[in-house]
Design a binder for this molecule. Sequence first.
Ligand SMILES: N[C@@H](CCC(=O)N[C@@H](CS)C(=O)NCC(=O)O)C(=O)O
Length: 278
Amino acid sequence: MADKIELYGYTTSPYVRKVSCYLYYKGLEFDFIGVSPVEPEKTIGFSDGSQVPVLKIGEEWRRDSSAIGIWLDSLFPKNSLQGTTLDEQQKTKQVDTWASDQFIPSIFFRTAIEAEMTDAFRRRAWRLADIVSSAAEMPDPVKKAWPDLLKQAPFILRMVSELDQSEPLHDMQQRLFMELTAHLGDGLYLSGGSIPSMADFAIYPQIMFPYQVGLLDDLILLQHPTLGPWLKRVAGHLPQNPWCVDEEFIVNPLPFDRAPFRCGSFPRNRTGPFRWGW
Ligand SMILES: N[C@@H](CCC(=O)N[C@@H](CS)C(=O)NCC(=O)O)C(=O)O
């Protein structure tokens, strides 16, 4: 019997969403185990740390989304995440590193820290807390304090401190979207090849998840001449909801015609608190 695959995390983590996309793309059955960010030891105590995602296969486990992708390729080579030619492999690694170290910390974490504490910010933070709590229940006072807690989370502060903050946030975001467009160029996928890779799964979730769960009302990138068709192309390799969130949180469906879903499979029957619904 194949070893059981378990993804531990909270789906509000961009790095966790990256790994759920890998698993669907490879067509691997898995269980999603919700981790509470305030009591991570309850579920990932075995990893001696608090960082998610953690992927466990049988008795072995790994953390760090990029390392997990390489590990998965070594165990399940079908639908490689690292690109096929040497050029594609180099480009995949370059874009994946840029996504992990620049794009994600700037788009999400620096934005969270610098955003004004407006009603709109609070509403978004509370929605994130509800999503986390639906898979690993958090006490009401913690959920209520989520807008403040987001701005104080040590790992968020640490990641932001590693960015060059001399560039104003808005300029940084504009630059990163220009860089994303340049990485894609006129190619089909971010590796430059004809199939998706870890690089695509590092970025696609960060654009699509906030829209699908209603943190954003509009997805203007869809109108972009190259990024719009790329989003649709990547969506064709994934289910409509590859985020391990309950269907009730998906308020904006995929903004394309029903995407052809080619590679994934249904996850195992669940025993934990999380229920699948796609
Ligand atoms: N480079 C790591 C980053 C993972 C990461 O920063 N995870 C955050 C959630 S978004 C986390 O677990 N923070 C809590 C902690 O580190 O204690 C990856 O790619 O997986």
